[in-house]
Design a protein around this ligand. Structure first.
Ligand code: C2E
Ligand code: SIN
Ligand code: SIN
Ligand code: FE
Length: 454
């Protein structure tokens, strides 16, 4: 690690860097773009479908009106008796029908009220269409109702209509049935208009979506700022509490930063899940916060504690939990605070938990706590070398410490110790603060933590 700063930056400096980096990170851009694309796709699909449906109904009504208008010569009120047609009337109606099939109708049929076919005209070459209408024989509608049905076959838009024919006094005397073919010109202009409308919709949705991008980006930046501000407040508070107990216990807060660093690295090495890492960080930082409730004669005793005094000292774990559970942000630290003096063989305090019954974070922390206690000077002891400290830890493998975790820690401890003691204390604190901020800030915006940066 190359460190050029000579004094520890405040939490705020660290936050500002990370905030900008995170707010503009590719991860966030990709996430926003993906959501906008999904929104664009959904809107295009729904709006496009609705408009398509509306337009089609509109054109159907238009075509229906055209067909009705043309068929009116045959389907309007007629004075003829369709059931008993005389020869000349029959001839007259057939002529009319034939005129219709010369225009836009392919087939025209007249039925009497008993649904018997009376008159028929088919455009030349459209006999197959007539067969088709017969094979698609529909039910006649309820007495006197209209019926219409669109078909799109062989590139042609066809409308099958059934129109009731009324005689004198509006009595139903029969039906007009016809297949109306929309002429090419009308069909083309319908298609053009439809495409035009859909294109306009697509364009306006795309334009709106593009407009949303910078807006969402700005909002996201503001939200990121807000959440990082909140987070910073919480981290500052955590520092204040750690500092408060450090002021009484020993003369610096550095023990809290060192054990947090060791615990974080050991947790990362054993592949702890991200949210466990966050609890491990707050837990490590505030593990001994309950010592604030231990009287000075015991807390600061230069020599060995009597067993009575040690019983009082042991209450620091439950005092700590009482303090931490007051805050939802810190309650995840309770595992470590409560169980960091449990031992793997069940001989620890306060609950005498054994093996895996001790929460993983507490098993991790127990190792780094004793390692730092041994390698530091205390009012009641001198500092030990790393070598001696690790030898002491290994003696207690399986009795005090989780053997698997201890083996891993022993392999990384010398390098970690070098990392935190090879630099000035203020630089060490700044470095650990950066680690802590990085882990929490990635959570604040929902990105995955970036691993191992320095
Ligand atoms: P601490 O100083 O932070 O020590 C944390 C833990 O490190 C201790 O938990 C113990 O497991 C381990 N540890 C510390 N020093 C030594 C050591 O010289 N040898 C070995 N093998 N392990 C050591 P523990 O025992 O539950 O103590 C909890 C806290 O009680 C300590 O926190 C310290 O504040 C206090 N304490 C413990 N023993 C004494 C003592 O003899 N005199 C005084 N004044 N305080 C003590
Ligand atoms: C700081 O906040 O930069 C000083 C670290 C401490 O609390 O001891
Ligand atoms: C660091 O190495 O400075 C921090 C890495 C991390 O946050 O995991
Ligand atoms: Fe403790």
């Amino acid at each position: 690690m190359t460190e050029t700063k000579t004094s520890a930056p405040s939490v705020i400096d660290v936050k500002a860097d990370s905030q900008e980096a995170l707010a503009t990170s590719q991860f966030v851009h990709r996430k926003i773009l993906l959501r906008l694309f999904l929104g664009w796709f959904f809107l295009s699909l729904t709006n496009g479908s609705i408009v398509l449906w509306l337009e089609i109904s509109r054109f159907q009504q238009f075509v229906h009106a055209l067909a009705l208008k043309e068929s009116a010569v045959l389907s309007g009120e007629t004075p003829y008796d369709l059931e008993q047609l005389d020869r000349s009337t029959s001839q007259y109606l057939t002529n009319l029908a034939q005129q219709l099939v010369k225009r836009n109708f392919l087939v025209v049929e007249l039925y009497d009220a008993n649904k018997q076919l009376k008159i028929e005209a088919v455009r030349q070459g459209q006999e197959t269409t007539e067969q088709w209408i017969n094979s698609h024989r529909h039910q006649f509608p309820q007495r006197g109702d209209f019926f219409k049905e669109f078909h799109f076959t062989q590139g042609k838009l066809l409308l099958l209509i059934l129109v009731p024919i009324k005689g004198p006094q509006h009595a139903l005397i029969g039906y007009f049935e016809g297949i109306y073919q929309v002429d090419q010109e009308t069909q083309d202009s319908i298609k053009d208009e439809l495409l035009h409308t859909l294109l306009l919709i697509a364009l306006s949705i795309t334009f709106t979506t593009l407009l949303m991008y910078p807006i969402v980006l700005t909002l996201n930046r503001e939200l990121t700022k807000l959440s990082t501000d909140l987070l910073t407040g919480n981290l500052e508070l955590m520092n204040v509490m750690g500092r408060a107990i450090a002021e009484r216990d020993s003369d610096t807060n550095s023990h809290n930063y060192r054990v947090t660093f060791y615990a974080l690295r050991l947790g990362e090495t054993v592949g702890l899940r991200h949210e466990n890492i966050l609890n491990l960080i707050t837990g490590a930082f505030l593990h001994d916060v309950g010592k604030i409730g231990i009287r000075d004669p015991i807390l600061l005793k230069p020599g060995k504690l009597t067993s009575q005094e040690f019983e009082i000292m042991k209450t620091h774990v439950t005092l700590g939990v009482d303090i931490l559970k007051q805050s939802s942000w810190l309650s995840g630290a309770c595992d470590v605070a409560h169980f960091h003096h449990e031992k793997y063989d069940g001989s620890g305090y306060p609950e005498g938990l054994k093996g895996e019954a001790i929460p993983l974070n507490a098993r991790i922390f127990a190792i780094v706590d004793v390692f730092d206690a041994l390698t530091s000077k205390r009012p009641y002891k001198e500092s030990w070398t790393v070598h001696d400290a690790l030898a002491e830890l290994e003696r207690d493998s399986g009795s005090h410490f989780d053997p698997q975790l201890l083996r891993i820690f022993v392999s990384i401890a010398p390098a970690l110790y070098q990392e935190v003691t090879g630099i000035q204390e203020s630089q060490m604190i700044a470095m650990v603060k950066r680690c802590i901020s990085r882990h929490f800030l990635t959570t604040a915006i929902g990105a995955k933590p970036q691993s191992q940066m320095s």
